[in-house]
Each structure stands twice: as structure tokens, then as C-alpha cells.
Write a protein that binds this ligand. Structure first.
Ligand code: PEP
Ligand code: MG
Length: 965
């Protein structure tokens, strides 16, 4: 390691011009035996390319990259000019740090320099000191930093109170060798102090060898006597070194992001504590420069950042991360980034994506130096690396202990007990440039184009074969969409462009896919954003063909599949004869993969975090798709209990299927209709075959989304007729078009909104285009004829909106005269539930959309990757709104349905019946089980469930209380 000695410093130098000062610097380096004499020319040549003035009176002259041959060994010399020298860029220089860098060792000196610059008055002290020892001492002091990295985190710890969490965090610091036993003992005596947002703090200075910050979070946030506990920070203090970390913690709390730490994985926690905003978009790039981010590339990176239209920040993925402005040279150099390390850029706001792409491109292009890819074949940037292939987090995770309950998000109901098969997707190793391919793949752009063409058609064949054997309409539909994506001319053109720039077919294709996927991801609409997962899935399929990589083969015995995140086509490929369940580290309950798991009837739990990937093949697992949790290597006792439950469930399922055509009724005869939710009228016949007593929710927006422009009257009549025909006299509840800023239609643009979920959507939007609404209503009324049609309006907030929409129905009815029509509203905004009495007086029925009602009541985005598991419809606040709605409707003799996901939740069915709900509309495969559940309860038990639930304070308390009944 490079160390500075007093003899490396020359005090009290004088120069009349910057050239003379530079000559003195060259002579000093030469005298110290670091460089050859003509290194002087290299210093001048470098200065001609751009000033090496760093800031605060300091210049850092160094040679051009080509002059490295003139360097004998790496070293620096300090030249102090107390009266200053005017540099060629107009700045005044008081200290020259002349650098001879044969390797990246000098980076450490640069880092220390930036520390001096950050320290107010530090540069001045160096320029004015009359002691070489003092100068060196100032520079020699390594910038002390408190440690915070994956090794100081203890996430998902099974603690019962905040004291246990505080101890877990202290123990983690001891394991990381930052503190000794005295520190841990000091922490046990403390009462954690509340920071707000469920976060707590303990700290001590006794026994600290390295200042550090640890965080321990519980498996699930819980309430203690002093409030909610989302996590406990434990600080090992020494002087004020830890202060910067505490300031970032304060910033995090100020921005209200503290609660988000509770279910976050290590990556997210470190990102938030680094100062990176959760609203920021990010992009990663691996630094390829041989000598790291030294002055020149750092300057180019800073220039690139300054050219962007919005502020860009950057941090190092490795080590104690702090995000800094990418436009600050001292901060960027202060990162001390070395070759092979990953820079994470972040930016917020419109144009962020373009800015980040420019930064990644600049790093990839070498920041003014010629760079070579990493020797291990690693890829140049995150964009060209298969995201499922790099679970570095996984390595940092502790393995899960035996008989541990791992909480996650319930994605598809059912119970499974089986050994696991952990599918780690293969990494795709390929060179960026076509010229670096193996000889048989090498060739010009035309040759790469042909290779891509051949791989596309092979991928098409694979998809066709999968579509042919796909079980369930949803699966085939999503695979067909993948096949269409393969033919997208814009994707092809983007890939060809890359090839024309010399990229290999692999790199060009992935770049095109990744760019398109990122563009989808930024869309506010979750449905569209999930297309990004589809795009990457399709992209990997083609990449697999191009690289000749085969997916790992699952075993020929029953297993629970464990993966990082699973693509829709992976789910479709699952051999349902062997797969008993699905567990993913990432993903939410509304992802396509989760929808497909439900369609295939595979129990699934998603978003379990990277610890799930520490499971070994053949580890046994109990997967509970109803409660959203898994038990790893269960004890014999727990396993026996689960086996019994499983047998019981299988028996129930068989019985439920056998009795699926019976009417929905409780054991003591109370009628509760069980209907199906559909997005596609083609599935109406299947719904009837599964025992549905009607369609309780037809999401007509899917019909609109499937067309390049609004479907005309004839098309719509045809669609709705298909459903009426299949239903054969059973009622059809059709929801009018429910689109908006959150799920835009390409041909119906809505101005950008800060918060589309609270914007122009649902009935609000439809009323701005009464012509579109009228055509849809006309089509519904015409298609119905004398069959039972129930029309309902989405996102109604009060009776005013209902009246406007209803007036159109009434006017059309005078003309068309359909025989059996009712008009109602969805109750999915809290105001509608609160005002149910005024609505009930005018509507014919209510259907409660618990998905949105929960989202708006609890103020939790239903698709939020970390929070959505807390958006639980069994929350007592939601249940009270349902109760108000039912009471108001029944007082007016109107019926109430529930068409949100809550309707098929096993624990919720008795509660909803107890609250008086008249109809449950659920996904098609759930119909037989929901009917069976109804047969298993009486009105009295249902009322008891409802009363018990209403008496609780949180959704967890509701679920716990219901389990004991
Ligand atoms: C709901 O919000 O509960 C609902 C059924 O509508 P969607 O899920 O389509 O928003
Ligand atoms: Mg809704």
C-alpha cells in the first residue's frame, strides 16, 4: 500500500507560471526515482487534454495513460506553493500532488485528498503549513468511516420484542469484529429509544474497535407496549465517525421511508441507508478501467453527469455505501472505485432513464480510456447480465435454520409438502463485441443478424410447442403474447442497430430487450409494467438459444420449485404432475407468474427474500399458499400436522369438485351465490363447467386492451353475446370500462399524473367520453336481449357519478328495452362505503371491490413489491366498511356481492357471510372450494367469525383470532 513520508513533500516552492510548476513536479518525481526524466512531457501532454485542477487550490498533475511505460513505480510527490500559481484554466493552485501511477494504488491517496477537501479549511491548512510532517499527517489520516454493509445487517430475525432485536444487532456487530463482549453487555442494559416509524435505536462506545451501524429487523413487524417495532438500529460509536450514518438515518426518517425497511432485503436496506431515494430509478455499471476511477475517468464521469438534465447520484455497490453526487469530482474520486466494482447510478424524475443510460454508456465506453472486459468473462454492465443469475445477496444471507417459518406473500392457495428443487437460472456468458466471439459465431453485422434470426425462429418453435400443451386458457394466452413479442419489428430494429455498432448478436439482443423492459417498468400501470417481466422472459429464451444454454432439468419426482423470480413461460413449462408448489424470492401476488400459478392450481408463495435461495436441493418444505408462508425442514411433529391437513384438503377438494354444481348455500340453508371473475368472455363456458352460478365480474377493459383501437359496437356485441350464450340464463355482471392513468389504453391517452391511482380513472374517465361509454352500454343491452344483465360502474365515489352514468343506461333502455337489467356500482372507494345509504337508495346492487377498497383504506399500493402483503382485506377497517355497505344495502332491499380477491380467501368466507354478503365472485378455479366452504358453516358460526374479526385492531390480530375459532 502506498504510504506518504515527510520526504515526499517539498515545502515553500515558487513558480512564475503553471508550466514551471509542472516542470518542478516532473523533476521531483524523477528525483524520487519514480519516473524517467521525459515523464515531464507526459505531464504537459495530459494538461493539454484538460486541466488537472481538482478544487480548493489543489492540482493533481499526472501523465497520459500511454506514458505508463516511463513509470518505475507508483508514488506521489507533494509540492506546496504558498504564494500560489495561476493554472491554465484560471484557478489558483497552492498544492500540487504529482502522481506517478503504474497501478491503482494512488487511488487511496486521492481518496484521502478528497477527505481533506471535504474537511472545511483542510486544504488551506495543507497549503500553509510549514511542516512536512504536518502535511503528510493531514493526508495520511485515512478517512474514518463507520461500517455498514451486508455483514452488519440482521434481517428477518425471529424476535419477540425490541430488546431481543437490539441484542441481535449488537451480536451481529460482534460477529463482524467491530465490538467486543463489553459492548454487547452495555446494549443489554439499554432501553431502545423510539426514532419514529417503528424504528428504534441503541448505542454504546464501550468495547468498540470499529465504529459501525447494525440493523436488526423482525420476521414481521409487531406491536410492543411502546408501539410498532419495524427494526432496531445499534450504533457502535467512536468519536463522531458514525455521525454521517446517523444523519442519513435521519434523512431516511424525514422522507418517511423508515417503515419500508421492515420487509426489505439487504440490497434495499443498504440502498435506503446510502441515501438513495426509493423513488429513484437506478442503473448499474461495472467499472472496467484498469486503474479504477482515478482522476481522469472520474472527471469524464463527472462531465457526463453534468450534461444530464437532472441530478445523477452514484454509489458503490460493494462496501459501506454512501450515495454521492455524480457531478462532484471530489465525491466521485472519494468512492475509490476499482476495476470490477459496480457503480450504482440513481436519478429521479422525467428523463431519469435517459440520464442513467447515458451514464452507463459512458462507463461502458471506458470514460476516455480503452478498457477490456473482465477476465472472468463477466459482463460489462448490469443491462447485459441476466438478472436472475447474480444473487450476490444470496451469498450474504444466513442459511435458514431447521423448522423455521419464513413469512412471505400468499400468491396461490393450497398446501404442499415436498423436497425443494432450487432452480438457479444459468448465467449467459457472451462477449459484447462480435469480433470477440468464437470463430464459428464471429462475423459482420449481417452474420449476427442471421444468427439472431435463426434463434428467433427456434424460440418461436419452442413457444408453439408450449402453447400446444399448455393447460388453462391464461397460460396459452400469455405464451401467445410472448410469441407476438418475438415478432416485434421495433425490438428487431433496436437489436440490428447494436449489431451495426459491432455488438455480438447476444449483446445486441439483450440490450434491445433490456431497454424495452426498462421503458415498461417506468410506467405507472402495474399491468403494463409486468410486461417487463414478460419481455425479459422472452429475451432469455432467445439468449438461451444463442448461447446454447439449456435450463436446469428438474427431478423426476414431486418437488417444490424455488427460484429467484420466475418468468411466466417458466410457470407454463412446469410439469404439473411433479410440481407441488412454487416459492420465489422476489415478485408480488399480482405478477403474471402468480396469476398463472393460480390458473394452474399450484400453491404459491412469493417474495420470500433472498434467504429462500439458501435452501439446498432436497431440503423439505411445507408451503402454505393460503397463509403465505413456508416452513423449512419442519420438525416431525409439524410435518405430521401438515400431512393431516393436506390429506383433509385433498379430500375436501375432491368432494368440492364432485358437488360443484350444487347451489351456494351455508349448512343451514342461507343462499350465497358463487360466481366467477372473468377477463375474457371465451372462458365463460369453463366457468360454468366449474360450477359458477354466473359471472360476478367481467373486467371488460381486457377486451379494450386487446384491440389497437376502441372495439366498435358490433365487435362488442359479439363478445358479450358469447358470454351470455355460455352462461345459458345465468346472470352476467359486466363492469364498464375501468381504465385510466393507472392502466392507460394506447388509443385513449391520459395526461401524465403524479398519482394515477388517485387520478382520472374508472367512471371519472368514462364520463369524459360518454360516446365510448354509450357504445359499450348499447352493446351490453343489445347482447343481453332477455337474459339477465347486471351493469356496474367502477370507482364510483358518490351518487352524483352514479346518476350521470345511470342516466345513459335509462336513455338507452327506452330505445333497446332489454328485459332483465339491474344497474349497480362497485364499492371500492372508502367514500362510497361511507355514503352507502345514499347510494343504496338509488342502485339495484353493490359489488365490493376489496382489492381497491383495501388499497385506498390502508393507503397501501396493492401492487407495492414490499408492502402489498400488508394490504390485507381482512383488516378490521376494511371489514367495517363492508359492514356499513351491507347494512345500507339490506335496509333498502338491495343485494351485495364481493368481487375482490378476499372472496376466495378461506379465512374470509365465513366473515363475509357473517357480515351478510349475498354473492361471492371468485376466480374460476376457486368456485368449487368456495361453495364447499359455504356448506361447512352455519349462519351462527359465520356471525361469530364476523363479530370476532370486527373486534380486532389489526389484520394480523383478525387472522390470529379467526384461527382459534
Ligand atoms: C377490486 O378492486 O377489488 C376489483 C375487483 O377490481 P380490480 O381488481 O379489477 O381493480
Ligand atoms: Mg378495482
Amino acid at each position: 500500500m502506498l504510504t506518504l513520508q515527510p520526504q515526499d513533500a517539498a515545502l515553500d516552492c515558487q513558480a512564475d507560471s503553471w508550466q514551471e510548476a509542472l516542470d518542478q513536479a516532473a523533476a521531483s518525481l524523477h528525483e524520487a526515482g519514480l519516473v524517467e526524466a521525459d515523464y515531464r512531457d507526459a505531464l504537459h501532454a495530459r494538461e493539454a487534454q484538460g486541466s488537472t485542477f481538482l478544487g480548493s487550490g489543489i492540482g493533481i498533475p499526472h501523465g497520459t495513460p500511454e506514458s505508463r511505460g516511463q513509470i518505475h513505480r507508483t508514488g506521489v510527490r507533494l509540492l506546496q506553493f504558498p504564494s500560489g500559481v495561476t493554472w491554465h484554466d484560471g484557478n489558483r493552485v497552492f498544492l500540487l500532488v504529482a502522481i506517478a501511477a503504474a497501478s491503482d494504488e494512488h487511488l487511496e491517496v486521492l481518496r484521502r485528498l478528497t477527505h481533506v477537501l471535504d474537511d472545511e479549511g483542510g486544504a488551506e491548512r495543507i497549503a500553509n503549513t510549514d511542516s512536512a510532517e504536518a502535511m503528510v499527517a493531514l493526508l495520511a489520516k485515512p478517512p474514518a468511516k463507520a461500517r455498514l454493509d451486508a455483514g452488519t445487517l440482521c434481517l428477518g430475525f425471529p424476535a419477540r420484542d425490541r430488546f431481543e432485536l437490539a441484542l441481535a444487532a449488537a451480536a451481529r456487530l460482534r460477529q463482524a469484529d467491530c465490538v467486543d463482549a463489553r459492548f454487547v453487555a452495555a446494549i443489554t442494559e439499554q432501553e431502545p429509544v423510539a426514532l419514529g416509524q417503528g424504528l428504534w435505536l441503541v448505542s454504546a462506545s464501550l468495547g468498540v474497535s470499529q465504529p459501525a451501524l447494525a440493523l436488526a429487523t423482525p420476521e414481521r413487524s409487531f406491536s410492543g407496549p411502546k408501539g410498532v417495532v419495524n427494526g432496531v438500529f445499534c450504533v457502535a460509536t467512536q468519536g463522531d465517525v458514525h455521525r454521517a450514518l446517523l444523519e442519513r438515518l435521519a434523512d431516511l426518517l424525514d422522507s418517511g421511508e423508515g417503515e419500508a425497511l421492515v420487509d426489505a432485503d439487504a440490497d434495499h436496506v443498504l440502498a435506503r441507508l446510502s441515501g438513495e431515494s426509493s423513488r429513484a430509478e437506478t442503473a448499474r455499471a461495472t467499472l472496467l478501467n484498469a486503474h479504477g476511477l482515478h482522476a481522469r475517468p472520474a472527471k469524464l464521469l463527472v462531465q457526463a453527469a453534468r450534461e444530464q438534465s437532472l441530478p445523477v447520484r452514484v454509489r458503490l455497490m460493494e462496501g459501506a455505501a454512501e450515495t454521492v453526487s455524480a457531478a462532484s469530482l471530489t465525491k466521485v474520486i472519494g468512492l475509490g472505485a476499482r476495476r470490477g466494482q459496480t457503480l450504482i447510478f440513481s436519478a429521479e424524475g422525467e428523463g431519469a432513464q435517459a440520464a442513467l443510460a447515458a451514464m452507463v454508456a459512458a462507463v461502458k465506453a471506458g470514460l476516455g480510456e480503452s478498457v477490456r472486459p473482465l477476465a472472468d468473462g463477466g459482463l460489462a454492465d448490469h443491462a447485459s447480465r441476466d438478472k436472475t443469475a447474480a444473487p450476490t445477496e444470496e451469498a450474504a444471507q444466513e442459511p435458514v435454520a431447521d423448522d423455521t417459518v419464513l413469512p412471505a406473500t400468499a400468491a396461490s392457495p393450497g398446501l404442499a409438502i415436498a423436497p425443494v428443487f432450487v432452480m438457479r437460472a444459468p448465467s449467459f456468458d457472451y462477449p459484447e463485441r462480435a469480433r470477440d466471439l468464437t470463430p464459428e459465431k464471429q462475423g459482420d453485422a449481417e452474420c449476427q443478424r442471421e444468427r439472431l434470426g435463426a434463434s428467433l425462429s427456434e424460440a418461436r418453435d419452442q413457444l408453439r410447442a408450449l402453447i400446444g400443451t399448455a393447460k388453462g386458457g391464461d397460460v396459452a394466452e400469455i405464451l401467445s403474447m410472448h410469441a407476438e413479442m418475438l415478432d416485434d419489428p421495433e425490438l428487431h430494429e433496436a437489436a440490428f442497430e447494436g449489431m451495426r455498432d459491432g455488438l455480438s448478436a447476444e449483446a445486441a439482443w439483450w440490450q434491445a430487450i433490456d431497454t424495452a423492459a426498462r421503458a415498461q417498468e417506468v410506467l405507472a400501470d402495474r399491468l403494463l409494467a409486468e410486461r417487463a417481466a414478460d419481455l425479459r422472459d422472452v429475451g432469455r429464451r432467445v439468449l438461451g438459444v444463442l448461447c446454447g444454454v439449456k435450463m436446469p432439468t428438474p427431478p423426476q419426482r414431486p418437488y417444490i420449485l424455488v427460484t429467484d423470480d420466475i418468468g411466466p413461460s417458466d410457470v407454463a413449462r412446469l410439469d404439473t404432475a411433479q410440481v407441488r408448489g412454487l416459492l420465489t424470492a422476489r415478485g408480488g401476488a399480482t405478477s403474471h407468474s402468480a396469476i398463472l400459478a393460480r390458473a394452474l392450481g399450484i400453491p404459491a408463495v412469493v417474495g420470500a427474500g433472498p434467504r429462500a435461495l439458501t435452501l439446498a436441493n432436497d431440503d423439505e418444505l411445507i408451503l402454505d399458499g393460503d397463509l403465505g408462508r413456508v416452513i423449512v425442514r419442519p420438525s416431525a411433529e409439524r410435518r405430521d400436522r401438515a400431512e393431516l391437513r393436506l390429506k383433509e384438503l385433498e379430500r375436501l377438494r375432491r368432494e368440492a369438485h364432485g358437488s360443484r354444481f350444487e347451489e351456494g348455500r351455508t349448512a343451514d340453508g342461507r343462499r350465497v351465490e358463487v360466481a366467477a371473475n372473468l377477463g375474457n368472455t371465451a372462458h365463460a363456458a369453463d366457468a360454468v363447467e366449474q360450477g359458477a352460478e354466473g359471472v360476478g365480474l367481467l373486467r371488460t377493459e381486457f377486451l379494450f386492451m386487446a384491440h389497437p383501437e376502441a372495439p366498435d359496437l358490433e365487435t362488442q356485441i359479439g363478445e358479450y353475446q358469447r358470454a351470455f350464450d355460455a352462461l345459458d340464463g345465468r346472470p352476467l355482471v359486466a363492469r364498464t370500462l375501468d381504465v385510466g392513468g393507472d392502466k392507460p389504453l394506447p388509443y385513449w391517452p391520459v395526461a401524465a399524473e403524479d398519482n394515477p391511482f388517485l387520478g382520472l380513472r374508472g367512471i371519472r374517465l368514462a364520463l369524459t367520453r360518454p360516446d365510448v361509454l354509450e357504445t359499450q352500454l348499447r352493446a351490453l343491452l343489445t347482447a343481453a336481449g332477455d337474459r339477465p344483465l347486471r351493469i356496474m360502474f367502477p370507482m364510483v365515489k358518490d351518487v352524483d357519478e352514479y346518476r350521470q352514468a345511470r342516466a345513459i343506461v335509462d336513455r338507452l333502455q327506452q330505445e333497446i328495452g332489454a328485459a332483465d337489467v339491474q344497474v349497480g356500482v362497485m364499492i371500492e372507494i372508502p367514500s362510497a362505503a361511507l355514503l352507502a345509504p345514499s347510494l343504496a337508495a338509488e342502485v339495484d346492487f353493490f359489488s365490493i371491490g376489496t382489492n381497491d377498497l383495501t388499497q385506498y383504506t390502508l393507503a397501501i399500493d396493492r401492487g407495492h413489491p414490499e408492502l402489498s402483503s400488508q394490504a390485507d382485506g381482512l383488516h378490521p377497517a376494511v371489514l367495517r366498511l363492508i359492514q356499513m355497505t351491507v347494512d345500507a344495502a339490506h335496509a333498502e332491499g338491495k343485494w351485495v356481492g364481493v368481487c375482490g380477491e378476499l372472496g376466495s380467501d378461506a379465512a374470509a368466507v365465513p366473515v363475509l357471510v357473517g357480515l351478510g354478503v349475498d354473492e361471492l365472485s371468485v376466480s374460476v378455479r376457486q368456485v368449487p372450494m368456495v361453495k364447499a366452504r359455504l356448506r361447512g358453516i352455519t349462519q351462527a358460526t359465520a356471525r361469530l367469525h364476523a363479530e370476532t374479526a370486527l373486534a380486532q385492531a389489526t389484520s394480523q390480530a383478525v387472522r390470529d383470532a379467526l384461527e382459534t375459532l
